[in-house]
Design a protein around this ligand. Structure first.
Ligand SMILES: [Zn+2]
Length: 466
Protein backbone atom coordinates (compact mmCIF):
# COMPACT_ATOMS: atom_id res chain seq x y z
CA UNK A 1 0.00 0.00 0.00
CA UNK A 2 2.70 2.34 1.07
CA UNK A 3 4.63 1.58 -2.05
CA UNK A 4 1.59 2.34 -4.24
CA UNK A 5 0.93 5.63 -2.47
CA UNK A 6 4.56 6.58 -2.83
CA UNK A 7 4.41 5.88 -6.55
CA UNK A 8 1.25 8.00 -6.88
CA UNK A 9 2.96 10.86 -5.12
CA UNK A 10 5.90 10.65 -7.47
CA UNK A 11 3.63 10.56 -10.52
CA UNK A 12 1.65 13.56 -9.21
CA UNK A 13 4.88 15.45 -8.57
CA UNK A 14 6.26 14.67 -12.04
CA UNK A 15 3.00 15.70 -13.73
CA UNK A 16 2.95 18.92 -11.71
CA UNK A 17 6.57 19.65 -12.60
CA UNK A 18 5.88 19.01 -16.30
CA UNK A 19 2.89 21.35 -16.11
CA UNK A 20 4.92 24.15 -14.47
CA UNK A 21 7.82 23.78 -16.93
CA UNK A 22 5.31 23.69 -19.79
CA UNK A 23 3.65 26.93 -18.63
CA UNK A 24 7.02 28.68 -18.27
CA UNK A 25 8.25 27.41 -21.62
CA UNK A 26 5.03 28.49 -23.32
CA UNK A 27 5.23 31.97 -21.76
CA UNK A 28 8.93 32.23 -22.66
CA UNK A 29 8.23 31.11 -26.21
CA UNK A 30 5.40 33.65 -26.61
CA UNK A 31 7.64 36.36 -25.15
CA UNK A 32 10.43 35.36 -27.52
CA UNK A 33 8.11 35.60 -30.47
CA UNK A 34 7.19 39.08 -29.31
CA UNK A 35 10.77 40.34 -29.56
CA UNK A 36 11.04 43.06 -32.15
CA UNK A 37 14.55 44.28 -31.38
CA UNK A 38 17.97 42.81 -30.72
CA UNK A 39 19.30 45.60 -28.50
CA UNK A 40 17.46 48.39 -26.69
CA UNK A 41 19.56 51.14 -25.13
CA UNK A 42 17.62 53.16 -22.56
CA UNK A 43 18.13 56.21 -20.29
CA UNK A 44 20.76 57.59 -22.65
CA UNK A 45 21.95 61.09 -23.40
CA UNK A 46 22.19 60.69 -27.17
CA UNK A 47 24.46 62.83 -29.33
CA UNK A 48 22.92 62.08 -32.70
CA UNK A 49 25.36 64.16 -34.82
CA UNK A 50 22.52 64.31 -37.35
CA UNK A 51 22.15 67.33 -39.64
CA UNK A 52 21.00 69.53 -36.73
CA UNK A 53 23.34 67.98 -34.13
CA UNK A 54 20.27 67.08 -32.10
CA UNK A 55 20.85 65.92 -28.52
CA UNK A 56 18.20 63.65 -26.98
CA UNK A 57 18.10 63.48 -23.17
CA UNK A 58 16.80 60.35 -21.45
CA UNK A 59 16.35 58.72 -24.83
CA UNK A 60 16.40 55.24 -26.30
CA UNK A 61 17.95 53.57 -29.32
CA UNK A 62 16.65 50.38 -30.90
CA UNK A 63 18.96 48.07 -32.85
CA UNK A 64 17.84 45.20 -35.07
CA UNK A 65 20.47 43.20 -36.92
CA UNK A 66 23.21 45.53 -38.16
CA UNK A 67 21.09 48.68 -38.05
CA UNK A 68 19.56 51.33 -35.85
CA UNK A 69 15.82 51.03 -36.46
CA UNK A 70 14.53 53.83 -34.22
CA UNK A 71 15.78 56.59 -31.92
CA UNK A 72 13.47 58.43 -29.56
CA UNK A 73 12.40 59.36 -26.06
CA UNK A 74 9.40 58.58 -23.84
CA UNK A 75 7.16 55.57 -24.49
CA UNK A 76 7.84 52.90 -27.08
CA UNK A 77 6.54 49.45 -28.04
CA UNK A 78 9.81 47.61 -28.33
CA UNK A 79 10.56 44.30 -26.65
CA UNK A 80 14.21 43.54 -26.88
CA UNK A 81 16.32 40.46 -26.22
CA UNK A 82 18.98 42.68 -24.70
CA UNK A 83 18.35 45.86 -22.71
CA UNK A 84 21.28 48.14 -21.89
CA UNK A 85 20.89 50.90 -19.30
CA UNK A 86 23.01 53.93 -20.30
CA UNK A 87 22.18 56.10 -17.27
CA UNK A 88 24.99 58.58 -16.61
CA UNK A 89 26.49 57.95 -20.04
CA UNK A 90 26.62 59.83 -23.31
CA UNK A 91 25.87 57.62 -26.29
CA UNK A 92 27.43 58.91 -29.49
CA UNK A 93 28.42 57.62 -32.93
CA UNK A 94 31.59 55.52 -32.94
CA UNK A 95 34.68 57.52 -33.88
CA UNK A 96 36.08 57.31 -37.42
CA UNK A 97 39.87 57.29 -37.67
CA UNK A 98 40.48 58.46 -41.24
CA UNK A 99 44.18 57.66 -41.53
CA UNK A 100 46.06 54.91 -39.73
CA UNK A 101 48.71 52.24 -40.08
CA UNK A 102 47.32 50.08 -37.32
CA UNK A 103 49.87 47.29 -37.69
CA UNK A 104 52.63 49.75 -36.74
CA UNK A 105 51.71 49.03 -33.10
CA UNK A 106 55.17 47.64 -32.22
CA UNK A 107 56.75 50.97 -33.26
CA UNK A 108 55.06 52.95 -30.49
CA UNK A 109 57.64 55.25 -28.98
CA UNK A 110 60.50 54.09 -31.20
CA UNK A 111 62.91 56.94 -31.99
CA UNK A 112 60.61 59.57 -30.43
CA UNK A 113 63.24 62.30 -30.68
CA UNK A 114 63.94 62.16 -34.43
CA UNK A 115 62.78 64.49 -37.19
CA UNK A 116 60.67 63.37 -40.15
CA UNK A 117 63.37 62.21 -42.56
CA UNK A 118 65.53 60.46 -39.91
CA UNK A 119 62.47 58.81 -38.42
CA UNK A 120 61.09 57.53 -41.72
CA UNK A 121 64.40 56.00 -42.76
CA UNK A 122 64.60 54.12 -39.44
CA UNK A 123 61.03 52.85 -39.75
CA UNK A 124 61.78 51.54 -43.26
CA UNK A 125 64.68 49.59 -41.76
CA UNK A 126 62.56 48.09 -38.96
CA UNK A 127 59.75 47.14 -41.35
CA UNK A 128 62.14 44.84 -43.22
CA UNK A 129 61.87 42.27 -40.39
CA UNK A 130 58.08 42.42 -39.99
CA UNK A 131 56.35 39.15 -40.98
CA UNK A 132 52.76 38.41 -41.99
CA UNK A 133 52.10 36.92 -38.55
CA UNK A 134 53.53 40.05 -36.91
CA UNK A 135 51.06 42.17 -38.88
CA UNK A 136 48.19 40.01 -37.60
CA UNK A 137 49.16 40.38 -33.92
CA UNK A 138 50.05 44.05 -34.26
CA UNK A 139 46.73 44.78 -35.96
CA UNK A 140 44.90 43.03 -33.13
CA UNK A 141 46.74 45.18 -30.60
CA UNK A 142 45.94 48.36 -32.51
CA UNK A 143 42.29 47.41 -33.01
CA UNK A 144 41.80 46.63 -29.32
CA UNK A 145 43.39 49.99 -28.46
CA UNK A 146 40.96 51.68 -30.86
CA UNK A 147 37.88 49.83 -29.60
CA UNK A 148 38.81 50.67 -26.01
CA UNK A 149 39.13 54.37 -26.90
CA UNK A 150 35.92 54.67 -28.94
CA UNK A 151 36.96 54.13 -32.55
CA UNK A 152 34.61 51.90 -34.50
CA UNK A 153 35.96 52.52 -38.04
CA UNK A 154 39.49 53.02 -39.30
CA UNK A 155 40.94 53.77 -42.71
CA UNK A 156 44.17 51.83 -42.98
CA UNK A 157 47.22 51.78 -45.22
CA UNK A 158 49.74 48.96 -44.83
CA UNK A 159 51.06 45.71 -46.24
CA UNK A 160 50.08 42.05 -45.64
CA UNK A 161 46.49 43.15 -46.04
CA UNK A 162 45.01 39.67 -45.67
CA UNK A 163 46.46 39.37 -42.16
CA UNK A 164 44.88 42.71 -41.26
CA UNK A 165 41.52 41.45 -42.52
CA UNK A 166 41.91 38.33 -40.31
CA UNK A 167 42.34 40.59 -37.29
CA UNK A 168 39.25 42.61 -38.29
CA UNK A 169 37.22 39.39 -38.41
CA UNK A 170 38.45 38.59 -34.93
CA UNK A 171 37.74 41.94 -33.26
CA UNK A 172 34.61 42.90 -35.26
CA UNK A 173 35.80 46.46 -35.93
CA UNK A 174 34.90 48.26 -39.18
CA UNK A 175 37.70 49.24 -41.57
CA UNK A 176 38.59 50.50 -45.00
CA UNK A 177 41.58 48.45 -46.17
CA UNK A 178 43.89 49.18 -49.09
CA UNK A 179 43.90 46.44 -51.72
CA UNK A 180 47.26 44.91 -52.56
CA UNK A 181 48.57 45.47 -56.07
CA UNK A 182 51.87 45.01 -57.84
CA UNK A 183 53.52 48.36 -58.54
CA UNK A 184 56.14 46.80 -60.81
CA UNK A 185 53.50 45.15 -62.99
CA UNK A 186 52.82 47.52 -65.88
CA UNK A 187 49.15 46.45 -65.91
CA UNK A 188 48.88 47.61 -62.29
CA UNK A 189 46.06 45.15 -61.63
CA UNK A 190 44.68 44.29 -58.24
CA UNK A 191 44.75 40.59 -57.41
CA UNK A 192 42.04 38.72 -59.18
CA UNK A 193 39.06 37.83 -56.99
CA UNK A 194 40.55 39.66 -53.99
CA UNK A 195 37.47 41.83 -53.54
CA UNK A 196 35.10 38.90 -54.10
CA UNK A 197 36.96 36.82 -51.53
CA UNK A 198 36.26 39.32 -48.76
CA UNK A 199 32.81 40.39 -49.87
CA UNK A 200 31.39 38.24 -47.04
CA UNK A 201 32.84 40.50 -44.32
CA UNK A 202 30.30 43.27 -43.96
CA UNK A 203 32.58 45.52 -41.88
CA UNK A 204 35.30 45.74 -44.54
CA UNK A 205 35.35 48.03 -47.57
CA UNK A 206 38.31 48.82 -49.78
CA UNK A 207 40.56 51.60 -50.94
CA UNK A 208 43.56 51.80 -53.22
CA UNK A 209 46.62 53.58 -51.88
CA UNK A 210 49.23 54.72 -54.42
CA UNK A 211 52.06 55.07 -51.95
CA UNK A 212 54.65 56.56 -52.16
CA UNK A 213 52.91 58.93 -54.56
CA UNK A 214 56.19 60.05 -56.16
CA UNK A 215 56.53 56.57 -57.73
CA UNK A 216 53.31 57.06 -59.72
CA UNK A 217 53.58 58.67 -63.14
CA UNK A 218 50.49 60.23 -64.71
CA UNK A 219 50.02 57.04 -66.72
CA UNK A 220 50.01 54.93 -63.54
CA UNK A 221 47.66 57.34 -61.78
CA UNK A 222 45.26 57.07 -64.71
CA UNK A 223 45.32 53.28 -64.29
CA UNK A 224 44.55 53.76 -60.60
CA UNK A 225 41.58 55.93 -61.62
CA UNK A 226 40.33 53.13 -63.89
CA UNK A 227 40.65 50.52 -61.10
CA UNK A 228 38.82 52.84 -58.71
CA UNK A 229 35.93 53.37 -61.13
CA UNK A 230 35.63 49.69 -62.04
CA UNK A 231 35.65 48.42 -58.46
CA UNK A 232 33.93 51.24 -56.58
CA UNK A 233 36.97 51.91 -54.38
CA UNK A 234 38.14 55.07 -52.67
CA UNK A 235 41.66 56.49 -53.02
CA UNK A 236 43.83 56.90 -49.92
CA UNK A 237 46.97 59.03 -50.18
CA UNK A 238 49.84 60.49 -48.21
CA UNK A 239 50.34 63.99 -49.54
CA UNK A 240 52.09 67.26 -48.63
CA UNK A 241 53.64 65.80 -45.51
CA UNK A 242 56.84 67.83 -45.93
CA UNK A 243 58.01 70.78 -48.01
CA UNK A 244 60.50 68.76 -50.05
CA UNK A 245 57.72 66.72 -51.70
CA UNK A 246 56.61 69.57 -53.97
CA UNK A 247 60.17 70.14 -55.24
CA UNK A 248 60.77 66.43 -55.81
CA UNK A 249 57.59 66.24 -57.92
CA UNK A 250 58.49 69.32 -59.93
CA UNK A 251 61.99 67.94 -60.59
CA UNK A 252 60.68 64.55 -61.70
CA UNK A 253 57.39 65.38 -63.43
CA UNK A 254 57.55 69.15 -63.92
CA UNK A 255 54.27 69.38 -61.99
CA UNK A 256 53.17 69.59 -58.36
CA UNK A 257 51.44 66.60 -56.70
CA UNK A 258 48.08 68.41 -56.88
CA UNK A 259 48.59 69.07 -60.62
CA UNK A 260 49.49 65.40 -61.19
CA UNK A 261 46.39 64.16 -59.37
CA UNK A 262 44.22 66.71 -61.12
CA UNK A 263 45.53 65.72 -64.57
CA UNK A 264 44.89 62.04 -63.84
CA UNK A 265 41.22 62.77 -62.97
CA UNK A 266 41.48 61.40 -59.44
CA UNK A 267 39.78 64.39 -57.81
CA UNK A 268 36.57 63.25 -59.47
CA UNK A 269 36.73 60.04 -57.43
CA UNK A 270 36.27 59.65 -53.68
CA UNK A 271 39.73 60.49 -52.41
CA UNK A 272 41.06 61.04 -48.90
CA UNK A 273 44.25 63.10 -48.56
CA UNK A 274 46.18 62.26 -45.39
CA UNK A 275 48.42 64.90 -43.76
CA UNK A 276 47.89 67.74 -46.31
CA UNK A 277 50.21 69.88 -44.18
CA UNK A 278 51.95 71.96 -46.82
CA UNK A 279 49.14 73.00 -49.13
CA UNK A 280 49.20 76.58 -50.33
CA UNK A 281 46.13 78.80 -50.04
CA UNK A 282 45.55 78.41 -53.78
CA UNK A 283 45.69 74.63 -53.51
CA UNK A 284 43.15 74.66 -50.68
CA UNK A 285 40.87 76.89 -52.77
CA UNK A 286 41.27 74.53 -55.71
CA UNK A 287 40.53 71.37 -53.67
CA UNK A 288 37.43 72.95 -52.16
CA UNK A 289 35.83 72.87 -55.61
CA UNK A 290 35.73 69.06 -55.55
CA UNK A 291 33.03 67.53 -53.37
CA UNK A 292 34.66 64.06 -53.35
CA UNK A 293 37.92 65.31 -51.87
CA UNK A 294 38.33 64.63 -48.15
CA UNK A 295 41.17 65.67 -45.86
CA UNK A 296 42.51 63.50 -43.05
CA UNK A 297 43.88 65.89 -40.43
CA UNK A 298 46.67 64.15 -38.47
CA UNK A 299 47.73 66.83 -35.98
CA UNK A 300 49.78 64.90 -33.44
CA UNK A 301 51.77 62.94 -35.99
CA UNK A 302 52.59 66.10 -37.96
CA UNK A 303 53.37 68.18 -34.90
CA UNK A 304 55.73 65.53 -33.56
CA UNK A 305 57.67 64.99 -36.79
CA UNK A 306 57.46 68.47 -38.31
CA UNK A 307 56.57 70.88 -35.51
CA UNK A 308 53.41 72.19 -37.16
CA UNK A 309 50.07 70.99 -38.50
CA UNK A 310 47.87 71.44 -41.59
CA UNK A 311 46.18 74.87 -42.07
CA UNK A 312 42.98 73.49 -40.65
CA UNK A 313 41.17 76.77 -39.99
CA UNK A 314 41.48 77.80 -43.62
CA UNK A 315 40.32 74.35 -44.73
CA UNK A 316 37.25 74.63 -42.49
CA UNK A 317 36.59 78.14 -43.78
CA UNK A 318 36.69 76.78 -47.33
CA UNK A 319 34.23 74.02 -46.33
CA UNK A 320 36.50 71.11 -47.20
CA UNK A 321 35.36 67.77 -45.77
CA UNK A 322 37.77 67.06 -42.92
CA UNK A 323 38.17 63.94 -40.82
CA UNK A 324 40.73 63.20 -38.10
CA UNK A 325 43.41 60.51 -38.30
CA UNK A 326 45.93 59.25 -35.80
CA UNK A 327 48.46 58.00 -38.37
CA UNK A 328 50.53 55.12 -36.93
CA UNK A 329 51.56 55.00 -33.27
CA UNK A 330 55.19 55.29 -34.34
CA UNK A 331 54.54 58.97 -34.99
CA UNK A 332 51.48 59.86 -32.89
CA UNK A 333 52.14 57.38 -30.04
CA UNK A 334 48.45 56.61 -29.58
CA UNK A 335 45.38 55.52 -31.53
CA UNK A 336 43.10 57.34 -29.09
CA UNK A 337 40.96 59.75 -31.14
CA UNK A 338 39.92 61.68 -28.00
CA UNK A 339 43.60 62.44 -27.52
CA UNK A 340 43.73 63.89 -31.06
CA UNK A 341 40.56 65.93 -30.49
CA UNK A 342 41.98 67.36 -27.27
CA UNK A 343 45.17 68.34 -29.09
CA UNK A 344 43.18 70.02 -31.89
CA UNK A 345 41.15 72.03 -29.38
CA UNK A 346 44.27 73.43 -27.70
CA UNK A 347 46.50 73.88 -30.75
CA UNK A 348 43.76 75.61 -32.75
CA UNK A 349 43.79 78.38 -30.13
CA UNK A 350 47.29 79.33 -31.20
CA UNK A 351 48.85 81.01 -34.23
CA UNK A 352 48.96 79.00 -37.41
CA UNK A 353 51.67 81.06 -38.97
CA UNK A 354 55.01 81.46 -37.27
CA UNK A 355 55.43 84.86 -35.65
CA UNK A 356 51.91 86.04 -36.37
CA UNK A 357 49.93 87.80 -33.68
CA UNK A 358 47.13 85.60 -32.38
CA UNK A 359 44.11 87.81 -32.10
CA UNK A 360 41.64 84.95 -32.50
CA UNK A 361 41.84 82.53 -29.62
CA UNK A 362 38.40 81.01 -30.02
CA UNK A 363 39.93 77.87 -31.55
CA UNK A 364 37.85 75.32 -33.42
CA UNK A 365 34.36 74.87 -32.03
CA UNK A 366 34.21 71.59 -30.00
CA UNK A 367 31.03 70.55 -31.80
CA UNK A 368 32.89 70.87 -35.11
CA UNK A 369 35.78 68.78 -33.74
CA UNK A 370 33.32 66.04 -32.72
CA UNK A 371 31.72 66.21 -36.18
CA UNK A 372 35.18 65.85 -37.75
CA UNK A 373 35.77 62.72 -35.64
CA UNK A 374 32.41 61.18 -36.63
CA UNK A 375 30.13 62.23 -39.49
CA UNK A 376 32.63 64.41 -41.40
CA UNK A 377 35.23 61.64 -41.13
CA UNK A 378 32.65 59.17 -42.45
CA UNK A 379 31.94 61.53 -45.35
CA UNK A 380 35.62 61.82 -46.20
CA UNK A 381 35.60 58.03 -46.66
CA UNK A 382 32.33 57.99 -48.63
CA UNK A 383 30.55 56.23 -45.74
CA UNK A 384 28.27 59.06 -44.58
CA UNK A 385 25.09 57.18 -45.51
CA UNK A 386 26.18 54.16 -43.47
CA UNK A 387 27.88 55.46 -40.33
CA UNK A 388 28.94 58.63 -38.48
CA UNK A 389 25.63 59.59 -36.83
CA UNK A 390 22.90 57.98 -34.75
CA UNK A 391 19.93 57.92 -37.10
CA UNK A 392 17.32 55.44 -38.21
CA UNK A 393 18.53 53.18 -41.01
CA UNK A 394 22.22 53.69 -40.30
CA UNK A 395 24.57 50.94 -39.21
CA UNK A 396 24.60 50.55 -35.43
CA UNK A 397 28.12 51.81 -34.68
CA UNK A 398 28.03 53.62 -31.34
CA UNK A 399 29.91 54.10 -28.12
CA UNK A 400 29.10 54.97 -24.50
CA UNK A 401 31.13 57.60 -22.65
CA UNK A 402 30.89 57.58 -18.85
CA UNK A 403 30.09 61.12 -17.71
CA UNK A 404 29.82 60.19 -14.04
CA UNK A 405 33.52 60.30 -13.21
CA UNK A 406 35.23 63.08 -11.24
CA UNK A 407 37.20 64.48 -14.18
CA UNK A 408 34.04 65.03 -16.22
CA UNK A 409 32.18 66.80 -13.41
CA UNK A 410 30.61 69.26 -13.93
CA UNK A 411 29.79 69.44 -17.62
CA UNK A 412 28.50 72.75 -19.00
CA UNK A 413 28.54 71.60 -22.60
CA UNK A 414 28.74 67.96 -23.73
CA UNK A 415 30.78 68.67 -26.87
CA UNK A 416 33.23 70.76 -24.91
CA UNK A 417 33.59 68.12 -22.17
CA UNK A 418 34.17 65.42 -24.78
CA UNK A 419 36.90 67.43 -26.47
CA UNK A 420 38.60 69.07 -23.49
CA UNK A 421 38.10 66.54 -20.68
CA UNK A 422 37.53 63.07 -22.07
CA UNK A 423 40.11 60.47 -22.91
CA UNK A 424 39.69 57.05 -24.45
CA UNK A 425 39.51 55.31 -21.08
CA UNK A 426 36.13 56.99 -20.42
CA UNK A 427 34.59 54.81 -23.14
CA UNK A 428 32.79 51.88 -21.50
CA UNK A 429 30.86 50.21 -24.31
CA UNK A 430 31.18 49.81 -28.05
CA UNK A 431 28.64 48.47 -30.52
CA UNK A 432 29.83 47.88 -34.07
CA UNK A 433 27.59 46.74 -36.92
CA UNK A 434 24.88 45.91 -34.37
CA UNK A 435 27.13 43.68 -32.26
CA UNK A 436 28.23 44.47 -28.72
CA UNK A 437 32.02 44.42 -29.05
CA UNK A 438 32.87 45.93 -25.66
CA UNK A 439 30.53 45.82 -22.66
CA UNK A 440 31.44 47.53 -19.40
CA UNK A 441 35.04 47.71 -20.66
CA UNK A 442 35.17 43.95 -21.34
CA UNK A 443 36.07 42.72 -24.82
CA UNK A 444 35.27 39.01 -24.86
CA UNK A 445 36.33 38.28 -28.46
CA UNK A 446 40.09 38.46 -27.83
CA UNK A 447 42.69 37.43 -25.27
CA UNK A 448 44.38 40.77 -24.59
CA UNK A 449 47.15 39.34 -22.40
CA UNK A 450 48.21 36.99 -25.19
CA UNK A 451 48.15 39.82 -27.76
CA UNK A 452 50.43 41.92 -25.53
CA UNK A 453 52.80 38.96 -25.23
CA UNK A 454 52.94 38.42 -29.01
CA UNK A 455 53.60 42.12 -29.72
CA UNK A 456 56.25 42.03 -26.97
CA UNK A 457 58.08 39.39 -29.06
CA UNK A 458 58.04 41.73 -32.09
CA UNK A 459 59.34 44.56 -29.89
CA UNK A 460 62.35 42.40 -28.94
CA UNK A 461 63.12 41.90 -32.63
CA UNK A 462 62.90 45.65 -33.39
CA UNK A 463 64.94 46.59 -30.33
CA UNK A 464 67.85 44.50 -31.63
CA UNK A 465 67.95 46.63 -34.79
CA UNK A 466 68.37 49.93 -32.95
ZN1 LIG B 1 50.51 57.85 -42.63
Amino acid sequence: MLKKEHRRKIITFVLFAVLIVGIFYFRYDIAKRDYNADILIKNATILTLNEHSEIIYNGWIVIQGEKIIEVGKGKHDYKSKKIVDAKGKVVMPGLVNTHAHVAMAPFRGVDDGLNFSQWISNINKYEQVVTEEDVYWSSLLGEVEMIRSGTTTYNDMYFYTENIIQSIEKTGIRAVIDVPFDLENSDLKIEEDFLLKYDRISTVTFSIAPNPLIEFSEEKLKKIKKIVDENNLIVHLHIAEDWSERNRFVERYNRTPIEMLSDSGLFNSKIVLAHSVNFTDDEIDYLSEYKDVGISFNPKSNYKLLGYTAPIKRMIEKKLTIGIGTDGVGSSNSLDMFDQMNFIAFVSKGCQEEGSFCDDQSGIDPEKIIRMATIDGAESLGLENEIGSIEEGKKADLIFVDFSRIGLTPSYNIYSSLVYNTDGSDVTDSIINGKIIMENKKISRVDEIYIVKKVGDIFEKIKNLQ
